[in-house]
Design a protein around this ligand. Structure first.
Ligand code: BG6
Ligand code: MG
Length: 215
């Protein structure tokens, strides 16, 4: 089977904004007296902002919160998060990532971003990554987030690629499950590489090139 397209998750794969998500949620949790640590943070990978908040609120011991209060908390977190994002520059993307994307393009592969984040456009702009991609599918365009395959199926559709010829690169177990549910090949990077759920495991970002060579 040949790979025609590669669909990249954004946070934790192309850039290390996963750490900024953690710092922003941590600040909000501390302020509200909610216990939150790196381990709980792993469950937030790939899931939407409101779903992330619900996971954090599992440890909330105060009075029940209204939908409006939850909305305000999510907005507050996003404000803190965007402060971090606003300070990003192209140097926040590693040479390894840029060289790998260049090489994949040279090989004639179509490239897309498939991210649950509604901040995708802002991040791609700040880091000067947008020009590598033939399509972007993100949290502003979908109704169901990972592990639902919607975001990746939309990316494949925008690329005009058949799902079974797409390779999804993900750092979240939810994202690996989403790729599989969409009938795509999956490559785990970072945290997701620990669970062994994907078709391929990437020890380094550039190992995507080996997957494509051996396929
Ligand atoms: C995903 C992250 O990429 O985007 C999640 O892995 C995050 O942790 C989700 O909750 C939504 O991001 P945003 O930027 O729309 O709040
Ligand atoms: Mg991710």
């Amino acid at each position: 089977m040949d790979i025609q397209a590669v669909i990249f998750d954004l946070d934790g794969v192309l850039v290390h904004t996963d750490h900024f998500h953690y710092l922003a949620w941590k600040e909000l949790s501390d302020e509200k007296g909610i216990f939150f640590n790196e381990e709980i943070n792993q469950r937030l990978r790939g899931v939407s902002r409101m779903e992330s908040l619900e996971i954090i609120l599992e440890r909330y011991e105060g009075e029940p919160l209204s939908a409006e209060e939850k909305e305000r908390m999510a907005e507050k977190k996003n404000g803190i998060y965007r402060e971090y994002l606003s300070r990003m520059t192209p140097s926040d993307v590693s040479e390894e990532v840029r060289e790998t994307l260049d090489e994949l393009k040279e090989r004639g592969l179509k490239l897309a971003v498939g991210s649950s984040s509604k901040n995708t456009g802002f991040i791609l702009e700040k880091t000067d990554l947008a020009h590598y991609f033939d399509a972007v599918s993100d949290g502003t365009m979908i109704t169901r987030t990972k592990p639902d395959p919607e975001v990746f199926l939309l990316a494949a559709k925008l690329l005009g690629a058949e799902p079974e010829k797409c390779l999804v690169v993900e750092d979240a177990d939810a994202g690996i499950e989403a790729g599989k549910a969409g009938g795509m090949l999956t490559a785990a990077y970072g945290e997701a590489a620990k669970s062994g759920k994907a078709d391929y495991r990437l020890d380094h970002f550039r190992d995507i090139l080996k997957v494509q060579e051996t396929d």
